[in-house]
Design a protein around this ligand. Structure first.
Ligand code: CMC
Length: 392
């Protein structure tokens, strides 16, 4: 009832109140529960941030240990589940398999259908966080036709994920610096307030769909190239500059500027950040040190840095407030670690899971939540009489 306003893409409509993540896009500020992303990226880790996002406060040491133990207890995947992953074609898109696998989880844990139950929410949270890295790792191994190694939770969450995913490239390659870099990237992706996938998770959950089925919808949304798929596109662009422009960054930038080719500078620009994306600044530093630790100094990193340098001093990009976003440097790190480009978006999903869970739980426990049911502006015909098929 009342006046319905039309706001395509929800550019100006707040769909919820939230105490989880704060962004000031004009200044370039991102905070989880009040803590600056820079401090969390440097000092915290993925499981601690998962706890913080969900509960609102940093855990004490014993609460953190208990939470980690609970999550790590659930990293094993049932044999039936491995068969589910193996039943897909080898070249199936990883995001399709991951979304299907997460949708299948309530089939194995029917208790999660009991929503609005604190204990069940807690169980669903640790189950989801526990299962996802193993699912993502097995999807990669299936694509490569490799055996799926059992989880070894005693290695720790991130280290064991890297081991399961990239079993053959272990050894010195996966020293503590590389594990720490992966952990940092997951922290940087952990939440970003009402982005497309998080708002989808809330919408689905507002019908009291369970946590697993709600976050599966988020995974589906993230698969879109306008959302989680950009990290892949950056890498293809850097390769294109190397292979088809002889590494000549200025010519490529001019092509983007004259707009005839329709090419954009991928990994640049953001709906909310009209300043340097604070996540991109952290990833850029990490890229340098990880590539060094892996002994994989990548010429694509030089191209990326040069592209950034040129763009940041070019009036086209400056006047439109286009700065590097989180996707600009992440792909280079993933690639150096041994992940194929098709796994970049699944890595984003793994990172974003704590945010989806926190958003779902906040929505479920907010007494002001109503089922999501947008209005519309009807543009179809007015009333008219049915015409018999013989008379049309
Ligand atoms: N390269 C060249 N020009 C650009 C770019 C770019 N990357 N991004 C925006 N512009 C121009 C655009 O042509 C427009 O110019 P004009 O006003 O003269 O027509 C102006 O800047 C505003 O662009 P917009 O498309 O209206 O901005 P938006 O807020 O709707 O789009 C965006 C944001 C992220 C979709 C866009 O900047 C883009 O396509 N970037 C490249 C893809 C990318 O890196 N996406 C990752 C986003 S961050 C992670 C995530 O959300 O998953």
């Amino acid at each position: 009832t009342g006046v319905v306003t039309y706001d395509p893409g929800f550019m100006n409509t707040a769909a919820c109140q939230s105490a989880i993540t704060y962004i000031d896009g004009d200044v370039g500020i991102l905070r989880y529960r009040g803590y600056p992303i820079e401090q969390l990226a440097e000092k915290s880790n993925y499981l601690e941030v998962s706890y913080l996002l969900g509960r609102g406060e940093l855990p004490t040491r014993s609460a953190l240990n208990a939470f980690e133990t609970r999550v790590l207890r659930h990293t094993h995947l049932h044999e039936d589940f491995r068969r589910l992953i193996s039943s897909f074609p080898r070249n199936a898109h990883p995001m399709a398999i991951i979304a299907s696998a997460v949708s299948a989880l309530p089939g194995f844990y029917p208790e999660v259908f009991d929503v609005k139950n604190e204990e069940v929410e807690e169980l669903a949270t640790v189950l989801m966080l526990g299962k996802l890295p193993t699912i993502v790792a097995y999807v990669l191994r299936h694509a490569r036709g490799q055996r799926m190694p059992d989880a070894e939770p005693e290695n720790g969450y991130v280290a064991d994920f890297l081991r399961m995913a990239l079993h053959e490239v272990r050894g010195p390659e996966f020293g503590p610096e590389v594990v720490a870099a992966m952990d940092k990237l997951l922290v940087l992706h952990a939440d970003h307030e009402q982005n497309c996938s998080a708002s989808v998770v809330r919408n689905v959950g507002s019908a009291h769909a369970n946590l697993f089925l709600s976050v599966a919808a988020g995974i589906n949304a993230l698969s879109g190239p306008l959302h989680g798929g950009a990290n892949e596109a950056v890498l293809s662009m850097l390769e294109d500059v190397r292979d088809n422009h002889g590494g000549d960054v200025a010519t490529f930038v001019n092509q983007v500027k004259d707009r005839k080719s329709g090419a954009r500078l991928m990994g640049f620009g953001h709906r909310v950040y009209k300043n340097y994306d604070p996540r991109a600044a952290i990833v850029k530093q990490a890229a340098d040190s990880v590539l060094e630790a892996l002994g994989k100094r990548d010429e694509l990193l030089d191209i990326a840095m040069e592209l950034e340098e040129v763009a940041l001093h070019d009036d086209y990009f400056v006047s439109r407030k286009l700065y590097p976003n989180v996707d600009f440097y992440t792909g280079l790190i993933y690639r150096a670690m041994g992940f194929p480009t098709s796994m970049f978006t699944p890595l984003f999903a793994l990172g974003r899971m704590p945010g989806w869970i926190a958003q779902w739980r906040e929505m479920m426990n907010d007494p002001s939540t109503k089922i999501a049911r947008p209005r519309q502006v009807y543009t179809g015909p007015g009333e008219r009489d049915y015409v018999d098929v013989a008379d049309r």
